[in-house]
Every structure is written in structure tokens, then in C-alpha cells.
Design a protein around this ligand. Sequence first.
Ligand code: NAD
Length: 464
Amino acid sequence: MGHHDLIVIGAGPGGYVAAIRAAQLGLNVACVEQEPALGGTCLRVGCIPSKALLESSERFAEARAELKNHGVVAGDIGLDLATMLRRKDQVVGLNTKGIDALFKKNKITRYLGRGRLAGPGRVDVIETPKGAGPTELQAKYVIIATGSKSAPLRSVELDYDRIGTSTEALAYPAVPKRLVVIGAGYIGLELGSVWRRLGAQVTVFEYLDRILPGTDADIAAEALKLFKRQGLEFRLGARVTGARKNGLGCIVELEGVEPIGCDRVLLAVGRVPNTDDLGLETVGIKPDAKGRIPVDDHFATTAPGIFAIGDVIRGPMLAHKAEDEGIACVEHIVTGYGHVNYDAIPGVCYTEPEIAGVGRTEEQLKAEGRAYRTGVFHFRGNGRARALGHIDGKVKILADAQTDRILGVHIIGPRAGDLIAEAAVAIEFGASSEDLARCSHAHPTLAEALKEAALAVDARAIHA
Ligand code: NAD
């Protein structure tokens, strides 16, 4: 029996960060992970490989369409997909090895196998490599950080090849001629963009009458316009009712219209928590209707000493949300203090242009009946955006009508994912739009667009 202070089940961004922070705080920590590579979905088959492919495919698209505008003559631009995919794998490999090194540095004991609760304070490591037999572990605290998996859709017959999830779409061996994406969320748009840039004809079927549910509607509408201009095809209000393999291709069925043929299907209709066969019943934890583990404000489950963080609990399924929860959970266990401000968690869609938001959307403010003022600044008025040649998009700041406190910031445009960090800090610190407007922003930078949007809340933007 292995004895530890804390056992973390799952080494994704929630679990590995919690393990490192707990070790920093002096706990004897173990982490149980079933995959040989640490880092979870995010590092292995999610955020990191998709960003590697987004970067490579964007360079390919830029080289073909835009370099000549800069006076760069490059001759024929070709695609070596095998090298692109190999580079992505190398990026993943280096990142996961980095977590190995961090575990060693922090003296975290690693168990390879599947972790399953076996009663209060007890975890069995099963399905160990080469049938080494189960290992029994004991600890005062256990954190469940087992993440999520792609949600299935009834009658979509996944064969994890022609009809697959994001995992398969990160490694198609050849550019599909015709790719159907089911779902216009983060995954569908990011990976749809990758294969469109590499030459596929991509059609996105979305059940709702808009894309990017949860994103500020006005920003999502602008994104839709730009994606269509790039050549992505959309069928909104289209409910996919089935998909199956048909010879070397696939057939996709939709409500009320003729079936559509394609080479590959990417199913991206959300994710569901990994709570199956976790031994939750051995400690009396009952998942909710969506399969999530109920927790209190400090991530404690109904079972004493057992906590849960990340995609297995309520809230957005985002790597950084899981990381923040891992740290807050462990700090609360050890120090009695630990908190996550869910109003200041940014969300980013890494398309071109990027789309990012933090805080309330206009729809949420309207639903809450809250009076607000809006400041908008378009990137076409920003000198740096012009120099980059990326002038599409805007920054929108929503501030309380009485107090001027910033309630939400939404950006579509170049490097929106980096720019949103300033807005998240402003919201965390309770800044007003005037605070942001009075801060010096280096010139010429894209960040000046945030300052101008803050000035625009009071109708005094300079470059608009
Ligand atoms: P999502 O929930 O963001 O979007 C799924 C979309 O599928 C929705 O718009 C929904 O209306 C649509 N849909 C559902 N059923 C349908 C049907 N039958 N026919 C047509 N459309 C249908 O889900 P996702 O894009 O799969 O992402 C999963 C999770 O992973 C999300 O929580 C997301 O936050 C996270 N993620 C984040 C990032 C990022 O931060 N950049 C990237 C990838 C994934």
C-alpha cells in the first residue's frame, strides 16, 4: 500500500498543476495517470497540437495569399503535410516531457494506470502496464481531475477514422477533399479552419442559428462573416441526425434536407465529463444529470477528503479554469484560503482572427437588466494592425452605466487571445473603463485598441 498526503487522479492541466502546487506547499503527492504521457487531453490531443496545426496552416495560407503583398517573392508554395504533422507531434512531445521534468523536480510520485476510488481515502491503480497488477494507495486527500471526452451524437456512427472526433482531426493523413464538421463551437471552428487552409472544402453544420454559443452575439456574427469570406461554408439551423461510412466516404443526414456525401466527418458537439467507472459509489458521490461531480465553493465533494476540479465539475471546460481550480483547491486544503473568480476567466477561440472574451456578454447584461455603456474600437484604426496587414475586427468594452466598472470585454482581431489578458486583469482588479483608458499603452501596439475602446465608452476615442 502506497501512503501519500494527496493523490491526484488525472494529469491534465487541472491535475498536474494541483499536484505541483501541493508539492510546493509541502505535501507528499502522488498522481495517477493512465496515459504514458503527462498533460492530459490539452497537451496530448487538444489545445497544444491544435495550436501547432493552427500556426502551421496559417503560415501556409499566409505564404500563399499574403506574402506577395509584403513584397516577398517565394515562388511556388507547397504543402508537406507529413512534416507539418511531425512538427505538431514534436511540439506535443516536448511539452509532455516538460511536465515529466516538473514532476521530478517537485518529487511527485507517478503511478501509471487507471485510478479508481476504493473507499474513503483509498485509490486503486488498475490496468497497470504489462499487467503488473493493481496498486493500492491511501491518502488523506484525493482530487479527481479526470477531465472530459468528446460527446457522442445519436446515430453518428463513429469509426474513429472517417467519422471521428478532434483527436482524429489532428492527424488526418491527407487533406480531405470534403470535410463536414458537426458543431460550430471552438473545436469545429479551430479544426475546420486548419483543414480549410490546407485545401479542404469545409462545411460546418450547426444546430443553432448562430456560431460560437456563449460568445457575445455581435462578435460571433462578425466572426461568421469573416469565416465565410475565408471560404468556410456554414449551414446554420441544421440539425445533424446521423452519419455513417459509405464505401471510402461518408454520408451525413440532416433534418429536413437531402443527405450529404463527404470524405470525412468531424463530430464536435461538446464534451462530457469522465466520471464512468471511477468508483464514485464507494464514497457515496452521485454525479448530476450531466455526469458532473457536484462540489461546493472549495471543490469539496459530498465525500470527506475527496475533491474534484476541471471538466468533471460545473463551469466552462477550459484548461486554465481547471488550472485555477487545482491551485485554489490545494491552497484551500493546506492554508484555508483559495478562490476562483469565475467572472474573470477568459475564453479564446484560436481562429484567424482570434476571438476572445472575458466577463459578461451584452446578452447576459440585458437578461440581468443591468444598465451599461459600450465602447467599441475597430482594428482598422490601429497603426500596428495596419502594419501587420490584419485590420479585421474590433474591441468592445461593456462598463456599468453608473459606476463605470468594466463588466465585459470582447475582442475579435489579431492576437485577441493575448490582448484579453489585460482585460481579465482589469476585471479581476475591479477597474473602470476610465482606469484602463488612463493607463499608458505602448505605441504602436495592438493593445492600444483596448485603450481606445475604453476611451470610446465615454465617446472620446482618439483614432475613431
Ligand atoms: P461546444 O459546446 O463549444 O460547441 C458544440 C456546438 O455543436 C454547439 O454550437 C451546438 O449547438 C452544436 N450542436 C450540438 N448538437 C448538434 C447537432 N445535432 N447538429 C448540429 N450541431 C449541433 O463544443 P466543442 O466545440 O465540441 O468544444 C468542447 C469543449 O472543449 C468546449 O467546452 C470548449 O470550451 C472546449 N474547447 C476549448 C477550446 C479553446 O479554449 N480554444 C478549444 C477546443 C475546445
